[in-house]
Ligand binder design. Sequence first.
Ligand SMILES: C[S@@+](CC[C@H](N)C(=O)[O-])C[C@H]1O[C@@H](n2cnc3c(N)ncnc32)[C@H](O)[C@@H]1O
Length: 732
Amino acid sequence: MASREDGPPGSDALLWNHIFSYANSMSLKCAVELGIPNIVHKHGKPISLFDLVAAIPVPVEKTDHLRRLMRLLVHNGMFSVPTSEGKEESYALTPSSRLLVGDGTHCLSPFLLMMLDPSMQNPWLHFSRWFKEQVVVPGSGTRTRTISKSPFQICHGMELWEYAKKNPDFTFRFNEAMESDSRFLMSTLVTEYASVFDGLNSVVDVGGGTGGAARALVKAFPHLKLTVLELPHVVAGLPANSVIDFVAGDMFQWIPPGDAVFLKWVLHDWSDEDCVKILRKCKEAISAKEKGTGKVIIVDMVVNSKGEDEHTFAQTQFLFDLLMNVVTTGKERTEEEWKKLFDDAGFSRYTIALAPVPGLRSVIQEMASREDGPPGSDALLWNHIFSYANSMSLKCAVELGIPNIIQKHGKPISLSDLVAAIPVSVEKTNHLRRLMRLLVHNGMFSVPTSEGKEESYALTPSSRLLVGDGTHCLSPFLLMMLDPSVQNPWLHFSRWFKEQVVVPGSGTRTRTISKSPFQICHGMELWEYAKKNPDFTFRFNEAMESDSRFLMSTLVTEYAPVFNGLNSVVDVGGGTGGAARALVKAFPHLKLTVLELPHVVAGLPANSVIDFVAGDMFQWIPPGDAVFLKWVLHDWSDEDCVKILRKCKEAISAKEKGTGKVIIVDMVVNSKGADEHTFAQTQFLFDLLMNVVTTGKQRTEEEWKKIFDEAGFSRYTIAPVPGLRSVIQVFP
Ligand SMILES: C[S@@+](CC[C@H](N)C(=O)[O-])C[C@H]1O[C@@H](n2cnc3c(N)ncnc32)[C@H](O)[C@@H]1O
């Protein structure tokens, strides 16, 4: 496994972490939808789990689920658990979650909710297709497919601004989001960066939305004459305003004259070519004025400007950059890239940080340090909002076949060779470089230092696990976990929390409970859904087989003594037999039986070595020396696990005493890993996935012990496997 062939232990933990990274975003979204930041704030002091349950309100039966949600968010720095003398855990705000409180000046919740709205997230599903689309080259017979400008266009059939025009509800929420950012940022800008506005009498806010930034400027500098140039559908419904002049228009055509043109979060939406056009129009607008004070003030990111926590900071910038690729034709720019634009548009000089191009971070950081805690709290928050893009970018790379291409290349591959091998239109070379930049930063690929000039990419222990369809390839697992059928249930997480539990005989709580967000999303539980969707079952089984191939090679060698003295093993919930085949291959004397649901084993070819039994583990388990349960119990509630384990006990107690046991392969939460922060985070992410798609959970040792005791077992042993999981043996 990872430790044997693929690098240091934990490389798979890092990979799992990236596969499930989207759950960081979705869990934070759930907390905002449940109103948790506001509740904690209103409480005025750290709030106990019990009080939080009552305040949301969440049915008391879901207390432990809420604790698990908070466990991840505390781990991620979104909330804290101040040490208290009382017994119950209490939650406090952190600088990051303080930015999500209220609808006041600093609240970024509308921004978070917009960014995690399906309309903005679904375009990511088309990222690899967009990469592969050929660019139309006029006069070329071979490359004739129409190019979509962005994955957003493939997804919605039109570009972002057209979509906004046609969807007033989207426009409303989009403007709310931008206003929330303006309220957040402008209070810093008009104080710490006031000198930027010295000597100006008029400012034109181009693409200024519903006037959030303009209002802040007028409030701070009452002598300023403010004009907002916006698309007609954005300013159409706005109330007449005596202070701000709203002009409906198109910045590519004409920009009203002013001493300065202000562009906040506008240029990052546009390609270099378009930015030059916009900047030329800006120049016309200011050059009509007297010389000297005229300038363009841009508020946007400067990639690579240093932050406090550089890893998180850089990752956030790269995530944001890819978001621009996915939803617009734009990008986040380095200083060199900005400079090129300014030169091409005919500007003579620029300054960064104070004016005219403050790095997003350096401005926001000031703000955080003033009222909300240490600098970096906002970068951490943005990072969590965009965490899902870590997952989606990795998925895109797998869909483009990048791990296999690098492996086949036999040595680090240059960007241009990668472009040719996928193949991607040469016009998209820079987009591919940006995708790789994030994945390299995340440790999914590496850039070995080379003597040549062009950057080259190599595999890392994590991406090596995505190579091939051979023994160690986890790509089918990644693709299944990032399939919309598994991801969409996350959109119903907060609704699921709020659903009332039916209490028999109680008149007040009568709503039927859904067992999981998956059930709300798909109208049925996971296994029922699988039964009704053969394609889903096929891909699900492929995913499980890929994990079995990966894990079992370690299990049958490093953990061989676990199988000593056994003649027969029953693999309960053994899928299409991946683990069973590995066991028979390693221990040919073993008699293997797989108990599975009828629809899973129905189409399987007859097998002389493995006996497939169609059945239900809640009813009966075939007898054997040992019962094997890999990644089964984490799908079920404690109550169901006790039922399953009792059936296991019957299956083994029918055999002679002594060797009989249950062998469980699953996580033990809190068992130590190589990189503890990532390791624990991955376990918590996985735990919430269980909450969202099944009725199960990932258990601590205490939680495991409790269900073993209740099922009537006498003792157990735990042996951690490198990576995330453990082998647990339970004896009757
Ligand atoms: C997460 S998968 C794990 C598959 C396999 N053990 C592995 O690790 O590759 C859980 C399996 O439990 C099976 N399952 C669900 N309910 C079951 C039941 N009542 N009886 C038997 N198997 C069941 C599912 O069909 C699925 O294949």
